[in-house]
Design a protein around this ligand. Structure first.
Ligand code: MN
Length: 465
């Protein structure tokens, strides 16, 4: 499990007794935070910062611990901020400034100068906040009594975002083939992606993948078919087409494991050695947390993997989708979002069906795919585009709704949603912002999660809703 380090600031001006109390309070807070955040992240206390040397040592401990995804800091007493400069300069992990106190209520009857010197985060946290602002260090601030549910919720959000960022730092993305010919928005600066988010995006020839696929045995395909039948309803008699996808999935899995890949792209324009466009195979891999981007869209492949990681353990669905077509009935406008095949089954409102239909693009054999109607509920749609000088994220509020009528001839999975605050505003702003037709839709994540990710990664964010 991921870990947050807790670093408490003080100084030696107040004597040993005061520092001993600081350490006791910090230990009690750490214990409480561990309980409150259990299942999500663990919290470990580092030595109290009393000078520049202890601060540097603490920050280096956080940097050098691969399990550590972020750092929480809090000033119990005043902790002169020049002591923090050199440590913070080295700190490479996401930072949460917890603006709190060990005590909730003031002890009005007994408060004296000793108490006030010991419990002065209103003073010390401002000194600390100044140096973070002065140094331009990206961070989150959570304010309030540390046991309050709203403060815990904010720390938990920080932990989820920090975990997703750490996941991104380790993420390898395989691009099978290149970006779809002539398409602009799916392309981007892979070097900048790695500098900013850590995503290692590398090209592989489709032949490297088909080599793995060719090694798959009939027994392995039988086992994969049994897994499909356990999760999905077989609604086709064309079993050979389904077995073909099972073979692709097993080959992809082997390739992914061998190369430690967390997300991948393919393109229907480069499928040499494959008889079908991977459909069911990709859908089932997305269900296992693997990021995917079609048409060579490496950004959405990586971003969807990162956001699935951020949403881990929460209720709701998160995954890749493509804007497709509208119902423009005035005042009741709806969008139908889908893809050629590759809609993640996390969006399924009920048990998905495996079907085989022709694909009118790419000139390949009829591919097997999962078909289902989408989940409902409040959600967000978020995408990332490369503006040439920087990446931009666009996050729009949406409401996923039940499709108004059956669509018996539509051979792909789909979701439907309403734009907020209304169709015109939502879509006009998306167009002005240069939002892509590929995005991640989530009913588990909120605009605040995305805003924090944008803040901590230094990414431009436009919100619509
Ligand atoms: Mn597409």
């Amino acid at each position: 499990m991921s870990k947050l380090y807790f670093i408490v600031g003080s100084q030696d001006l107040y004597g040993e007794e005061c520092l001993a109390q600081v350490a006791r309070d910090a230990a009690e807070m750490t214990e409480f935070l561990n309980g409150a955040l259990s299942g999500d992240v663990t919290v470990e206390l580092l030595p109290t910062v009393i000078d520049s040397k202890t601060c540097i040592a603490d920050c280096r401990t956080a940097n050098n611990d691969d399990e550590c995804c972020g750092v929480i800091t809090w000033m119990h007493t005043f902790s002169p901020a020049k002591m923090w400069i050199k440590g913070l300069q080295e700190l490479q992990k996401p930072l949460l400034h917890l603006h709190t106190q060990a005590n909730e209520r003031l002890p009005y009857d007994t408060i004296d100068m000793d108490f006030m010197n010991l419990n002065q985060s209103a003073h010390g946290d401002r000194e600390y906040g100044f140096i973070l602002a002065r140094m331009g260090i990206r961070h989150e601030v959570a304010a309030g009594y540390y046991r309050n549910p709203s403060v815990i919720a904010r720390i938990r959000r920080f932990a989820d975002v920090a975990k997703a960022m750490a996941y991104g730092k380790d993420l390898k993305v395989a691009a099978f083939g290149n970006n779809m010919r002539e398409v602009a928005v799916t392309d981007g600066d892979r070097v900048e992606s790695q500098i900013r988010y850590g995503w290692e995006v590398n090209y592989y020839g489709i032949g490297d993948l088909t080599d793995e696929i060719e090694k798959v045995t009939e027994d392995e395909i039988d086992a994969q078919m049994a897994e499909y039948e356990a999760s999905y309803t077989m609604a086709t008699s064309r079993i050979d087409a389904v077995r073909e996808q099972a073979k692709y999935e097993l080959g992809l899995k082997r390739f992914i494991e061998k190369n430690e890949i967390g997300a991948f792209t393919d393109t229907f324009q480069d499928l040499h050695g494959l008889r079908q466009l991977p459909g069911l195979a990709v859908q089932d891999l997305m269900a296992q947390g693997i990021g995917f981007g079609p048409e060579g869209d490496y950004k959405i492949a990586a971003f969807s993997a990162v956001l699935m990681k951020m949403a881990e353990g929460r209720q709701g669905a998160t995954g890749f989708i493509e804007d497709y077509t509208y119902d423009l009935t005035e005042g009741e406008e709806l969008e139908l979002a889908s893809h050629m095949l590759e809609v993640p089954p996390s969006f399924a409102a009920s048990r998905p069906k495996i079907e085989v239909h022709p694909l009118g693009i790419g000139g390949k054999e009829d591919p097997a795919r999962l078909v289902f109607d989408g989940v409902t509920g409040e959600g967000i749609q978020v995408t990332m585009v490369d503006m040439g000088t920087h990446f931009r994220m666009i996050c729009a509020d949406i409401e996923l709704v039940k499709q108004p009528q059956e669509m018996p001839n539509l051979p792909v999975a789909r979701i439907m949603y309403r734009h907020k605050p209304d169709f015109a505003t939502g879509t006009v702003e998306w167009c002005y912002a240069g939002g892509a037709h590929h995005s991640v839709v989530s009913t588990a994540l909120t605009r605040e999660d995305i805003a924090l990710f944008a803040e901590l990664t230094g990414t431009e964010l436009i919100v619509i809703g």
